[in-house]
Design a protein around this ligand. Structure first.
Ligand SMILES: Cc1cc2nc3c(=O)[nH]c(=O)nc-3n(C[C@H](O)[C@H](O)[C@H](O)COP(=O)(O)OP(=O)(O)OC[C@H]3O[C@@H](n4cnc5c(N)ncnc54)[C@H](O)[C@@H]3O)c2cc1C
Length: 383
């Protein structure tokens, strides 16, 4: 059996990003096998994220915006993003771009197959796909399904449905994406709509909620229809495309390094930020760090200082506030965006200093967050 240097289990966002970073590094000639059950030739999702500088996928961004707008309880208008740009990348553009880049490297192979098993052996990471065995020095696994069932943790879900609509009338301002519009019934959850305009007549309109249980499929459609009828002057409109997704918002500890030759990456590796569901940009950052370390030390470890773990506590506290309805979410987000423009994006990227974090906390309702903080500590001790 041929032994690969690396097997990438799952050629989705994390798997392809990792392969891309490897091709941009001195490890570009290593033997790599990428296995996925899908061909990744559909536009199955759209990623949005913010960034200060041009990133590795700058040339294929679908849209970029220098300003974003917010519609909260006491404020409606633009949010100052400082030197950040809000960026949108379509799944299909990403898959095609990376696959074309990888095709230039003869040592990279693709296989379309269902992965049945991944396990550690003394010889390396071992994998079975469609009953065929494969082995590598390291397996990077983005297919592991998180269980997220420990009672001491917070396990919310971010679920959403989006329609790309084409309106009869020019009703969108292409310069002003709406990242959160809270003018919809909250039903005790955190519910909002975002509207990301492509041009004056086309936009992605997405209904999103954070809670513990999914809705019936028809409810997402009803909410989208109602929002468009109430707030967008479209005239008639056509639905050109749809997307549906569920992202874990969980503070359960994930095992990034389950054994010596296996590394979990992407959502499987716990790269999703628990309090927001944002995963794309963190994945780029984490995988760049892994490749850098692999080049320098031969080990695919992502160094992280213990002090950065404070952000996990912040995430847990926020999830506790949401889970227990300690304060209305629409008001929390209004305070976050009006009291901390610029700072909020740095905070969510976990790039702030403690002083800035304290400034942000000072804009939050004191008792609900303090109660949540002690509840988190109690739950962690009990667990
Ligand atoms: C619709 C949608 C929109 C999102 N939008 C954003 C956003 O705007 N911003 C953001 O930061 N995050 C967003 N996310 C969250 C996150 O960025 C994505 O889910 C991202 O694709 C996660 O990357 P991943 O590599 O971990 O998983 P995936 O991209 O899902 O890749 C996993 C791959 O593994 C393959 N696979 C799984 N099991 C097997 C198996 N047994 N055998 C073979 N192959 C297998 C799958 O086919 C898939 O290709 C979104 C998620 C969804 C679903």
């Amino acid at each position: 059996m041929k032994k690969y240097d690396f097997i990438i289990a799952g050629g989705g966002m994390a798997g392809l990003s990792l392969a891309y970073y490897l091709t941009q590094s001195p490890l570009r000639d290593r033997s790599i096998l990428i296995i996925d059950r899908e061909q990744k030739d559909r536009n199955d999702r759209t990623w949005c994220f913010w960034e200060r500088d041009p990133g590795p996928f700058e040339s294929i961004l679908f849209r970029t915006w220098k300003t974003v707008c917010f519609h909260g309880t006491t404020y409606t208008g633009p949010v100052d993003m400082g030197d950040y740009t809000y960026k949108m990348l379509r799944g299909i553009d990403f898959y095609e771009f990376v696959q074309n880049e990888l095709a230039k490297h003869p040592t990279i192979e693709f296989k379309q197959a269902i992965i049945n098993r991944i396990k550690e052996t003394p010889q390396g990471g071992f994998l079975i796909a469609d009953d065929e065995p494969f082995i590598a020095d390291y397996i990077f696994d983005s297919t592991f399904a998180l269980k997220l069932n420990q009672p001491e943790n917070h396990n919310l879900l971010q679920h959403f449905k989006g329609w790309v609509i084409t309106a009869e009338k020019p009703c969108f301002n292409p310069e002003k994406p709406q990242i959160m519009d809270f003018r919809i019934e909250q039903h005790g959850d955190c519910r909002f709509v975002y509207v990301l305009p492509f041009d004056e007549k086309t936009a992605l309109v997405e209904f999103t909620l954070f809670n513990e249980k999914l809705l019936e499929k028809s409810e997402y459609d009803d909410q989208l229809r109602q929002y468009i009828d109430r707030f967008l002057d479209t005239g008639t409109y056509q639905i050109a495309d749809t997307e549906y997704g569920v992202i874990p918002m969980s503070d359960e500890l994930t095992q990034e390094y389950p054994s010596e030759h296996i590394v979990r990456i992407g959502t499987s590796g716990g790269y999703t930020k628990a309090s927001t569901g944002y995963t794309f940009q963190r994945t780029q950052r984490y995988l760049s760090a892994i490749v850098k370390n692999l080049v320098e030390t031969g080990k695919p470890i992502r160094p992280e200082s213990w002090f950065r773990r404070r952000f996990k506590v912040y995430d847990s506290v926020f999830l506790n506030v949401l889970e227990n309805n300690r304060h209305p979410a629409d008001d929390i987000f209004t305070r976050v965006y009006t009291g901390n423009p610029r700072r909020v994006f740095t905070f969510l990227d976990e790039d702030t200093h403690v002083l800035d974090e304290l400034r942000l906390f000072a804009t939050m309702p004191f008792w609900p967050f303090l109660t949540a903080f002690f509840a988190v500590i109690r739950r962690k001790i009990a667990g």
